[in-house]
Design a protein around this ligand. Structure first.
Ligand code: AHG
Ligand code: MN
Ligand code: MN
Ligand code: MN
Length: 336
């Protein structure tokens, strides 16, 4: 595919290789792109429109919602639930899976999404994003149940994110590599700007919220401690650190120049009864699919994320992802 082609063209071209393709998947990705363009437009306008600040409501995750968490969720729902491309939807911001309106046509896909990732950054004008995961809907009469959404990450047919940064970028995998599209605002289209992204296997850059250091488990402490010792330590090289607090921005940096990202299980999370901070269905699985498709690795520290059998729609998991050799090292420290 040539650089500069539109996202729509790209999807049509790649779908042509699939026997029996009906255009529904193309339509679905187009719906997602439309929603992301709307969110991008609002995020860009920022304080010029009334979208910043808190909504004063709490979501099922126990987080106070930002206005933009609620608005982005509504934009996604509006873009996806009436077009006949999905059978059901699930979101970080909705307590239960969404049953489509009675009279809406039904499609063959399930979409799970984090409408606004990194939303603590929205008020300080730092990058945020949208993450989505696409599954095939089960074939049975009636609407999908919550159980139907609880499929392991390896069954995703596509996943991606849209990063609202200095430029807006859509990053997508359909299981045949990872491609990046940049939004041309004047033109109103996502254009292909990077093809077949690969993550370097080695890195000298890690991302972790170090304020949680005293709560970490021994394998994470050991890994970070060795990185911090730099050239003089067992790693024999200096490391750099980054923490944006937007998973989309961290994964985008890792896809662009390598690195390792960790949001491990720690004592603080355990006392809250949480198995991790990040959500398996809306964050960990789609990001793992992208990272693996780019040659990286993604585990909980103990097991491959995409092989986990989900138990709850809002399930949380520890996440270690990025450059393969570093992720393998952290995983081996856990399994020592
Ligand atoms: P969300 O804004 O969708 O709730 O997700 C925020 C997540 C993730 O993007 C980021 O990596 C992490 O939470 C940041 O957590 P800390 O504030 O604990 O650093
Ligand atoms: Mn949230
Ligand atoms: Mn998120
Ligand atoms: Mn979110």
């Amino acid at each position: 595919m040539h650089i500069g082609t539109t996202l729509t063209n790209y999807i049509i071209e790649t779908q042509r290789n699939f026997k029996g393709a009906t255009g529904e998947f193309t339509g679905l990705l187009n719906d997602i792109a439309v929603a992301c363009k709307k969110i991008s437009d609002l995020v860009n306008k920022g304080d010029l429109v009334d979208i910043l600040g808190s909504a004063e409501s709490e979501n099922v995750q126990g987080e106070t919602q930002k206005k933009m968490d609620v608005i982005s969720n509504e934009i996604f729902m509006e873009a996806l639930q009436h077009n006949g491309h999905v059978a059901g939807l699930a979101s970080e911001e909705m307590d239960e899976i969404c049953q489509l309106p009675k009279n809406a046509p039904r499609g063959h896909y399930l979409v799970l999404f984090d409408p606004l990732d990194g939303s603590s950054n929205i008020d300080v004008n730092v990058s945020v994003g949208t993450i989505f995961s696409i599954l095939k809907a089960p074939v049975h009469p009636g609407d999908p149940s919550t159980e139907d959404f609880l499929r392991p990450g390896v069954e995703q047919v596509a996943a991606g994110y849209c990063l609202y940064g200095p430029s807006t970028m859509m990053v997508l995998t359909t299981g045949q590599g990872v491609n990046m599209f940049t939004l041309d605002r004047h033109f109103g289209e996502f254009l292909l700007t990077h093809e077949n992204i690969t993550i370097p296997e080695d890195t000298q850059e890690f991302a972790i919220n170090a304020s949680n250091m005293r709560f970490w488990e021994a394998p994470v402490k050991r890994y970070i401690d060795e990185c911090l010792q730099g050239k003089e330590g067992p790693r024999g090289k200096d490391f750099n650190m980054r923490w944006v607090a937007s998973m989309v921005a961290e994964v985008h940096r890792i896809l662009t120049r390598g690195g390792i990202f960790m949001y491990p299980l720690d004592e603080k999370l355990k006392t809250k009864g949480q198995a991790g901070k990040l959500r398996l269905m809306y964050e960990a699985n789609p990001m793992s699919f992208l990272i693996e498709q780019a040659g990286g690795a993604s585990t909980t520290g103990r097991e491959r994320i995409m092989e986990m059998k989900p138990e709850h729609i809002h399930q949380r998991v520890p996440v270690v992802l990025g450059s393969k050799n570093e992720v393998d090292r952290v995983t081996s420290y856990h399994n020592d």
